[in-house]
Each structure stands twice: as structure tokens, then as C-alpha cells.
Design a binder for this molecule. Structure first.
Ligand code: ADP
Ligand code: MG
Length: 203
């Protein structure tokens, strides 16, 4: 991965979170404590502030450092969870794993940290299906793979609406969590789109 690609990934993810922070916070007001967008904006601003240093690193090191920044800067559950995702990906990258292997390790670390799995109405309800698409369709031409990943993320986020939350703050609401999109599933969908945007532009 080139320095320019790393910088583009930082720019696009940070811009997405900045643009969507209010909407994410709105979703968290409905079934949480109304800080998800603010939390992530703080984290991605911290990553963007380190853009030059991070993009000059080996990808595995940049992923690890970005994950550490999220753990340190983001209050709330999502910081350590997204931090675990990036640090898990870093670990697999360091061991020579390809992108599906990296995302698999990242998702495994989120599951471990969150003591959670698919179906609990969390970010994992987007991350796990996206991982499955990446694993099963990795051999397809890049434009088709990117389209499949975007579609999976959209469908998976949509599927969180009727779910009953059994993890995180939304679980305190019980049945009242039904009928709302999960904030973390939505930020995952948005971040996946941001990464797809950058990868689609690669020559
Ligand atoms: P907090 O809930 O501490 O206020 P955020 O609002 O930033 O943190 O993030 C909330 C999101 O974090 C939820 O919408 C959900 O997607 C995700 N989340 C919360 N708990 C867990 C968990 N145990 N496992 C996976 N994801 C979780
Ligand atoms: Mg919150």
C-alpha cells in the first residue's frame, strides 16, 4: 500500500465521519446516549491530525497506531471496539495476511472485546456480513467486489432496524430498541463506503 493510498483512506474516512457526525449522534439519541457521532469525530480528527506521520508508516504500523488513537481519544464503547478492529487488522497484516485475513482478525477482536456476535444489533451486524462477502467473493474483478461489499453493508445496516438490542447501551431499552437503526452499524456502513470510494479510484 502506498503513502498516497493511506493518506486518501485517512482523508476519506475522516471526512465521512465529520459529515455524518450529527446524523450518527441523532441515531444514538434514539437508542443510546447521543454521543456516537461526537465520539467518532473526535477519534477521526485525531487520526487526521497524524495523517503525515501515519501515511509514511508501513500499513500494519499505521493501522495499529490509528487503532491506538481511537482507543485513547474516543469516549464510549465504540472507541475501544473500532480500535480493536484496526489493531486486529494490524496484527494480521504484520503476519502477512491479505485483506480478508486482516478483516477476519479485526472482526474477531471486536467480538472478543465486545463479548458480542451477530444479531445483537451492533456494528458487528455490518462487519460480519461484509467480512463474509469479502471472503467469498475476493476472486471477483475489483469493481464487482466493491459493488458487492457496498450492497452487503447497506443491506446489513438496514437489517439492524427491526433487531432487538442485546449488547451495548441500546440493550437497556429492551423492546424499545426495535425500529431504530443501530448507530455503530451505521458508522460501519459509512466507513466501509468511504474505504470502497478510495479503492474504486485506484488505478
Ligand atoms: P456508548 O454506547 O458507550 O455511548 P457509542 O455511542 O460511541 O458508545 O457507540 C455505540 C455503538 O457501539 C452501538 O451502536 C453499537 O454498534 C456498538 N456497540 C456497543 N456495545 C457493543 C458490543 N458489546 N459489541 C459490539 N458493538 C457494540
Ligand atoms: Mg453513545
Amino acid at each position: 500500500m502506498t503513502e498516497a493510498l493511506l493518506a486518501a483512506l485517512i482523508d476519506r474516512t475522516a471526512a465521512t465521519i465529520a459529515a455524518e457526525a450529527e446524523a450518527l449522534t441523532g441515531l444514538d439519541q434514539a437508542i443510546g446516549d447521543g454521543d456516537h457521532g461526537l465520539n467518532l469525530r473526535r477519534g477521526f480528527e485525531a487520526i487526521a491530525a497524524e495523517r503525515a506521520r501515519l501515511s509514511a508508516m508501513a500499513p500494519a504500523d499505521a493501522l495499529h497506531q490509528a487503532g491506538m488513537l481511537l482507543v485513547m481519544k474516543v469516549g464510549g464503547a465504540s472507541g475501544p471496539l473500532y480500535g480493536s478492529l484496526l489493531m486486529g487488522m494490524a496484527k494480521a497484516a504484520k503476519a502477512g495476511g491479505d485483506l480478508p485475513a486482516q478483516l477476519a482478525e479485526g472482526v474477531a477482536q471486536v467480538q472478543k472485546r465486545g463479548k458480542s456476535d451477530a444479531g445483537a444489533k451492533t456494528m458487528l451486524d455490518v462487519l460480519i456480513p461484509v467480512l463474509a462477502t469479502l471472503q467469498t467473493q475476493a476472486g471477483r474483478p475489483r469493481p464487482e467486489l466493491i459493488r458487492a461489499i457496498r450492497q452487503t453493508a447497506d443491506d446489513a445496516r438496514e437489517a439492524t432496524k427491526p433487531m432487538l438490542a442485546t449488547r451495548g447501551r441500546a440493550s437497556f431499552l429492551g423492546e424499545r430498541s426495535i425500529g431504530h437503526y443501530d448507530p455503530g452499524a451505521t458508522s460501519s456502513q459509512l466507513l466501509i463506503h468511504a474505504v470502497c470510494d478510495v479503492l474504486a479510484e485506484q488505478p
